[in-house]
Write a protein that binds this ligand. Structure first.
Ligand code: FAD
Ligand code: NAP
Length: 510
């Protein structure tokens, strides 16, 4: 049985509110927050029971440590003693015990591949798994003697390069048609160059230590109909290069996207504006040595070091306003990323974010997420159900749909908040509904003042069945839902009860 703290946790304003059933955060005992865990890891206490020694762990040994008070788990070849962490695990002890005495990498990746466990569990590190020799001495495993490209997945991409006096152009042939500027994420750091091209559920990597120096900025072009990408680097000196450079980890390989680690670059905080009493619009500037555009419906991870531990949290880019498509951008829009972020005074990460000064840096990852633009194909009715900052993925989805989908007849947003003061971009939303007749808007408040004339309460069958009316009986619909996990889970259940199919629903989760 888990201990539920006597105070009401999570508070009614907390994103950690727990619903009955479904995977959600579990109430933690008092003194067992992430911050408390960080403090414990800094206390100098021996958390592995090995007095700082690192050992080689055999499979037989790992299997023995399968009890709550003696629990070892292997993640990506490293073994951790997670017993001291049990009570701090937001998903609960039972969830952690699923990996007890075994390789928990797949389980971990399914639930939270983005969590920076190396940093959070570094004091629990027992050692590495002992590797069994899989091949007789002298024989190399096949993967080391053959082409490193995967044999399954999309047909193998390839690359080439050529040069002029001043430029070096890397050409990637993806052999796919649906490639655009969002598909390539490229970074130049010191003398290394890394370009990740997302092709369906795979990543094709170019990762090279360049043979000569280049200037900081570079450009990326895509020839969409043939799936060709050209990355144009500017030489620092006009000399002829004999080779592009030497390969680094995973160079020229096609790997499942879920197996590529998160790659971060430092972005500078340019501005921070109040949007509501607790939510702010943050503007970050990408370094000139990065090409990155976050696709509609995807999020990134922020990484900050908080009292010596790296903490990672997901955030969803928005545009600078709902009308940015219709006005001249003040800043060149492909270098700036905007985020609407709610600051939780008792939270771990957002107070740190809020304390950043203009000019400070935060590490931002490559985009992630399973929303696909193809879900919009031939779409006629788009319904958006958002609660609190669950509105953030809807911003780009809404703009994209209104601008790019000729078949679209109706977009409706039902936006759940506690009070009127909590509604993000209320006047912009109302203006948009006034300007674009295809867009309808409904606010639902759970704790309104007595003057509120609009809808009140929580997500419910009655609210949804009235709201989700197709414009034609045969309309192709998509319903997007996002908010606190229990809200989303309950909404999904109600949508299934209303006979919407899986393909007609998209829930935003990490
Ligand atoms: P936390 O430390 O997680 O705390 C949140 C609340 O829980 C606080 O009120 C805190 O008081 C309470 N709490 C925590 N632990 C305890 C405890 N032990 N006892 C009592 N109370 C406790 N958020 C945005 O604002 N904008 C976005 O664009 C955005 N995008 C997201 C995208 C995805 C895919 C996901 C999954 C989440 C997104 N989020 C977004 C949420 C974001 O990732 C963070 O969860 C959020 O910012 C809270 O972070 P925090 O560390 O400050 O708060
Ligand atoms: P909030 O203010 O706590 O809640 C917004 C509204 O939802 C309020 O009316 C609230 O009612 C209601 N609500 C909360 N829990 C509910 C539940 N279990 N059932 C029905 N209604 C519920 O929201 P927030 O603090 O902004 O949090 C937003 C959440 O969205 C966070 O958990 C964040 O992680 C998530 N998010 C996810 C993504 C993603 O892509 N996956 C993106 C952005 C945000 P009361 O307050 O009256 O209880």
């Amino acid at each position: 049985m888990l201990n539920v703290p006597s105070q009401s946790f999570p508070g009614s304003s907390s994103q950690q509110r727990v619903s009955s059933g479904g995977r959600s955060k579990v109430p933690l005992k008092q003194g067992r927050s992430l911050m408390d865990w960080i403090r414990l890891t800094k206390s100098g206490k021996d958390l592995t029971g090995l007095k700082g020694r690192l050992i080689e762990v055999t499979e037989e040994e790992l299997k023995k440590h399968n009890k709550k008070d003696d629990c070892w788990i292997c993640i990506r070849g490293f073994v951790y003693n997670v017993s001291p962490y049990m009570e701090y695990h937001p998903g609960g002890e039972e969830e952690l015990m699923r990996g007890a005495g075994s390789d928990g990498t797949d389980l971990f990746d399914q639930v939270h591949r983005w969590v920076n466990y190396e940093s959070m569990l570094k004091e629990c590190l027992v050692g590495r798994m002992a590797v069994k020799p899989a091949f007789p001495k002298g024989m190399l495993p096949k993967s080391q003697v053959t082409d490193p490209l995967a044999k399954e997945g999309p047909s193998s991409p390839s690359y080439d390069w050529f040069q002029t006096d001043a430029l070096v152009t890397i050409v990637i042939y993806t052999k796919q048609k649906d490639i655009n500027l969002d598909s390539v994420i490229a970074d130049h750091r010191h003398d290394s160059f890394r370009a990740e091209t997302v092709i369906k559920d795979y990543s094709y990597l170019i990762h090279i230590a360049l043979s000569h120096e280049i200037q900081e900025d570079f450009s990326v072009r895509v020839v969409e109909n043939v799936g060709k990408i050209e990355i144009v680097l500017k030489k620092k000196e006009n000399t002829s290069w004999k080779c592009l450079g030497h390969p680094l980890e995973n160079h020229n390989s096609l790997i499942p996207k879920k197996d590529t680690g998160l790659y971060y670059r430092k972005c500078q905080l340019i501005s921070k504006e109040d949007v509501t009493h607790d939510t702010k619009l943050f503007c970050l500037l990408l370094p000139p040595s990065t090409h990155l555009q976050v696709p509609t419906g995807q999020h990134v991870y922020f990484k900050l070091t908080i009292t010596g531990t790296e903490i990672v949290k997901p955030y969803t880019p928005v545009s600078d306003s709902l009308f940015s498509e219709f006005k001249e951008p003040v800043l060149p829009n492909n270098k700036y990323i905007y985020f609407l972020i709610k600051i939780y005074p008792a939270g771990l990460f957002t107070p740190e974010l809020d304390h950043l000064q203009i000019g400070d840096y935060v590490s931002v990852s490559n985009p992630e997420g399973n929303f696909k633009i193809s879900q919009f194909q031939e779409l006629e009715d788009l319904f958006l159900l958002a609660a609190g900052t669950g509105f953030t993925p809807m911003v780009k989805v809404l703009s994209y749909a209104l601008t790019n989908i000729p078949s679209l007849r109706k977009v409706k947003l039902m936006f759940f908040n506690k009070t009127e003061d909590d509604i993000i971009w209320r006047s912009q939303l109302e203006k948009l509904a006034f300007k674009d007749k295809r867009f309808d808007l409904e606010f639902v408040l759970s704790a309104p003042t007595s003057e509120w004339n609009g809808k009140r309460g929580y997500i419910s069958p009655a609210l949804l069945s009235e709201f989700l009316k197709r414009s034609l009986d045969t309309s192709k619909v998509l319903i997007c839902i996002c908010g606190p996990m229990p809200f989303t889970e309950q909404g999904m259940k109600l949508l299934h009860d209303l006979n919407f199919s899986k393909d007609e629903i998209h829930s935003f989760t990490a």
